[in-house]
Design a protein around this ligand. Structure first.
Ligand SMILES: NC(=O)c1ccc[n+]([C@@H]2O[C@H](COP(=O)([O-])OP(=O)(O)OC[C@H]3O[C@@H](n4cnc5c(N)ncnc54)[C@H](O)[C@@H]3O)[C@@H](O)[C@H]2O)c1
Length: 317
């Protein structure tokens, strides 16, 4: 029997890569995405163009907040819930939107799941929920103290899902992703922005002195982790999905200049209080339990993202 999986946010960056991998692995995918205009909708349509040709891919362009779940087949095996308003930067000006898409929509997914025999429900959380004054690397037990509405909304989702897990016996696994990059990266994210501005010779604004650090995780490693999480069957709980290495923003800019073959001016502006100063994930739990083994070197991943950016500009016009 084919394994069936509902992926929410399937037209997004992580969702489309995950769907592609799971189709290759023989899953039947039911994908929901409202194609929200958080960034250019043409990118999302492009993300699912090849998927839509696949006989095992079924797409619903719908909002989870109003979705009639009876449209789905009666028995699905798995859920990967990725739909959300992502990113810390705008979240404090758009609180209600983050509450709707990150908390209320997640509750709708959990309400749909309860009373059904799902084999695994994966929820997407984030490194932004950790207390960045804490010790590095962050383990799953590190202190939590999100600074932005985005992180707060994800922490809320985690805590509510914990109650559902206990009260309704739902097999929930929460994956905390750390700054994902690679082909298809959202245009509001650092590496995408930096590459775009470097190519155009526009000034790059860096918050702070550029010595803040990030753990960047390559998209294929994340898609692999999502698959491994599904296959881990009885396991539940919280897992960091990171690369386990960090780099300063100044150093990643040097690498981007080399990949793009151009340089541009950098302007240092006051630090954003919503953004974490440092992120670095301890991934030993995911390594041990899931067999997660991120394998993509930063230089290789940056090159692949750059090739995609050049190619997709041509395709998106
Ligand atoms: N990209 C990262 O670095 C990163 C890091 C940590 C956590 N995450 C989490 O991973 C998930 C995927 O992130 P992404 O970068 O692929 O984002 P994305 O914006 O590319 O994808 C999310 C998709 O969800 C859809 N969506 C949002 N609200 C919806 C709703 N109410 N109904 C239906 N569809 C809805 C959007 O249209 C979008 O296509 C998110 O939950 C995000 O918070 C991402």
């Amino acid at each position: 029997m084919d394994r069936t999986c509902l992926i929410t946010g399937v037209a997004g960056f992580i969702g489309s890569h995950t769907a592609r991998l799971l189709l290759e692995k023989g899953y039947v995918i039911y994908g929901i995405d409202a194609l929200l205009p958080y960034y250019d909708v043409a990118i999302k349509q492009h993300n699912i163009k090849d998927l839509s040709q696949h006989p095992n891919f079924h797409f619903y362009q719908e909002n989870i907040l109003s979705f009639q779940f009876e449209q789905l087949p009666v028995k699905l095996d798995y859920i990967i819930h990725l739909a959300a308003s992502p990113g810390v930067r705008f979240s404090s000006q758009r609180t209600q939107e983050y509450i709707d898409n990150n908390i209320t929509a997640s509750i709708r997914i959990l309400d749909y799941a309860k009373g059904q025999a799902f084999r695994k429900i994966i929820l997407a959380s984030t490194s932004s929920i950790y207390d960045d004054k804490g010790e590095l690397p962050y383990s799953e037990h590190s202190n939590l103290d999100p600074k932005a509405v985005y992180g707060i909304s994800k922490l809320c989702m985690e805590r509510i899902s914990n109650i559902y897990r206990q009260e309704h016996d739902l097999p929930i696994m929460t994956l905390r992703y750390f700054s994902v990059y690679g082909p298809g990266q959202r245009p509001d994210m650092g590496i995408h922005l930096f590459m775009d501005k470097t190519r155009k010779g526009e000034t790059i604004s860096i918050y702070g002195d550029g010595n803040q650090t990030r753990d960047f995780t390559y998209i294929e490693d994340v898609a692999q982790a999502n698959w491994q999480a599904l296959e881990s069957e009885t396991l539940q709980g919280i897992y960091n999905i990171a690369s386990g290495r960090s780099i300063t923003i100044n150093s990643i800019l040097d690498k981007i200049f080399r990949v793009v073959g151009n340089t541009t001016t950098i302007r240092y502006v006051p630090i954003l209080k919503e953004e974490s100063l440092h992120t670095l994930g301890n991934i030993s739990k995911a390594r041990k339990d899931l067999g997660y083994a991120p394998s993509t070197h930063l230089e290789t991943g940056l090159r692949k993202q750059w090739e995609w950016m050049v190619d997709s500009e041509y395709k998106l016009g």
